[in-house]
Design a protein around this ligand. Structure first.
Ligand code: LLP
Length: 428
């Protein structure tokens, strides 16, 4: 059963009518379903348990949605975290994820970020280059520590997803070249500041088929076996994230089947298992709620102009992504439909959420909801056009709270400063 559905004709989230949230908080606003978040996490945890891997760690990728209340909800269920910056690491810690359940990924960790992570007792740093390994070794030696490391290897597998979110091919900036990895492992094993703990892989995002996973995981497990034979202590495999969701008509694999592929791959290997899902957990749990500001009719188009824009939800502009758009008040079954362009108010043609989409007829003031917007929505929002950062609400069992408030215009202006030397000429 979906926790985001019409109740008495009003689209509701965990039993809360979106009309109430819009009335209290205004629009645009992201709204998240606690029940859907929990379902997303449990799909992984339960499947691992059923496959004889009850200790597999689901490290939720904060980049999808790092709101503290969201992360706390998942941490309370047992989730660890995958982070890619000091900011995300601080978020995970502040939300109550223990440091020994956090993985630090990313190609550009600074020495300061490495030191921060080591100081907090991070579970694992995924190292993406031999250069990064050398820096981490120095940082760790300077702190009289050994950094727990997995090398993120690049299995050179095309993930068959949008070019901009594919990461596991040879020419992508991610990971360590497959053929170079064994020698770099030997170097790492000899470094006094490095403790090799595992191997990591992540081939891309919004992946809707199991075959690239099968191919990549088989290669990684084969690498783990041969490293062990060479005396490198691989005790953990991090299989990354990337499992897709349905935005339009995609039919992504079930989490249980994806977990089955992992279980099959690690059979007889005796290793710890980690995954880093983001979108699959947070994506289905969120909607972006917006209001129609204007219906603009021109000779050959009808534009539905919303009060949400590409700064609030950038995926359509950035990746040509398709998000469902539905009216919050269910239309009568026989009400007219219209082919429209759904746009935001930003001064760019790319501020377009949907082109030539057939929707029930919308009027000025109507509320609409973008579906599957819980991942990479608020997390990628900005203030472009000096629009206030979009607020967030979390609902649970018919109650709801604001979990990120809408800033005031004073908040926004107070971030800038006019130095005296700029001010002076105007004052004469
Ligand atoms: N682990 C690593 C190392 C990653 O780079 C990512 C995502 C994940 C895990 C989580 O992937 P997920 O399970 O969410 O697919 N902004 C884009 C998606 C970028 C994904 C980047 N890396 C979008 O809106 O589609």
């Amino acid at each position: 059963m979906s926790h985001i559905d019409y109740i008495d004709g009003i689209l509701s989230i965990d039993g809360v009518p979106l009309t109430s949230i819009a009335a209290a908080v205004g629009t645009p606003v992201y709204c998240y379903s606690s029940a859907t978040l929990a379902d997303g996490y449990r799909a992984y945890a339960d499947a691992f348990a059923r496959n004889g891997l009850p200790n597999a760690l689901v490290c939720y990728a904060l980049k999808a949605n790092g709101n503290l209340a969201v992360v706390r909800s998942l941490a309370a269920l047992g989730a660890g975290a995958d982070v890619v910056s000091e900011g995300e690491l601080r978020r995970a810690l502040a939300a109550g994820v223990p440091a020994d359940r956090i993985i630090f990924s990313g190609v550009g960790k600074t020495p300061a970020e490495m030191a921060f992570a080591l100081d907090r007792g991070i579970m694992q740093l995924n190292v993406e280059s031999v250069e990064e390994l050398a820096t981490l070794n120095e940082v760790a030696i300077g702190m009289d520590r050994r950094a727990p490391v997995a090398l993120r290897v690049n299995p050179d597998v095309a993930a068959d997803t949008h070019d901009k979110i594919s990461t596991g091919r040879k020419h992508d900036k991610f990971g360590i070249d497959w053929n170079a990895a064994p020698a770099i492992y030997q170097q790492a094993a000899a470094m006094p500041g490095i403790e090799v703990v595992g191997i990591a892989v992540h081939i891309g995002s919004q992946i809707t088929s199991l075959s690239p996973y099968r191919a990549a995981f088989a290669r990684v497990v084969e690498m783990a076996r041969s490293l062990r034979e060479d005396g490198v202590a691989i005790r953990r495999i991090d299989f990354g994230g990337g499992l897709g969701i349905t935005y339009r008509d995609e039919a992504p694999p079930r989490v249980a089947d994806y977990v089955g592929v992992i279980a099959e791959a690690v059979r007889d290997l005796q290793c710890e298992v980690v995954v880093e899902p983001g979108r699959r957990i947070a994506g289905p749990a969120g909607v972006l709620l917006a209001r129609v500001v204007r219906v603009k009719r021109t000779v050959d188009r009808t534009f539905i102009v919303l009060d949400a824009a590409m700064n609030d939800l950038v995926r359509p502009a950035m990746y040509d992504a398709w998000h469902p758009i539905v009216p919050v008040v269910a239309p009568e079954p026989d009400s007219p439909r219209e082919t429209v362009d759904v746009v935001g108010p930003i001064c760019e043609s790319t501020d377009m959420f949907a082109a030539q989409r057939e929707l029930p007829r919308l009027r000025e003031g109507d509320l609409v909801a973008f579906g599957a917007a819980g991942a990479y929505g608020a997390a990628m929002s900005s203030e472009y056009n000096s629009r206030l950062l979009v607020p967030e609400v979390l609902a649970c069992e018919a109650i709801w709270s604001v979990v990120r408030r809408r800033p005031t215009f004073d908040d926004m202006l107070s971030q800038d400063a006019i130095p005296d030397w700029v001010r002076a000429p105007f004052n004469g």
